[in-house]
Design a protein around this ligand. Structure first.
Ligand SMILES: [Zn+2]
Length: 76
């Protein structure tokens, strides 16, 4: 075990944290893209799965949401 082991271990942890962050951001970006496309199409604020209106409180918290809470939960 060399002196750099601890350093490289924490660098590896930081790296996988960064990768997870990038993964999340990528997903978020896809959601934002979808939300923008739906805004153009005039279907923003309507659940992509069940077609019910997405509650305003949810859109305020997650403006990129394209599904209602129930449908989003059913997908994950
Ligand atoms: Zn729904």
């Amino acid at each position: 075990m060399d002196d750099n082991f601890a350093d490289s271990a924490s660098a590896t942890a930081e790296r996988s944290e960064a990768l997870a962050f990038i993964d999340n951001a990528r997903e978020r970006l896809a959601d934002v893209d979808e939300a923008l496309a739906r805004m153009d199409a005039g279907s923003y604020g309507v659940c992509a799965d069940c077609g019910k209106p997405i509650p305003e409180a949810r859109l305020e918290a997650r403006p990129w949401a394209v599904r209602c809470v129930e449908c989003a939960a059913a997908r994950s």
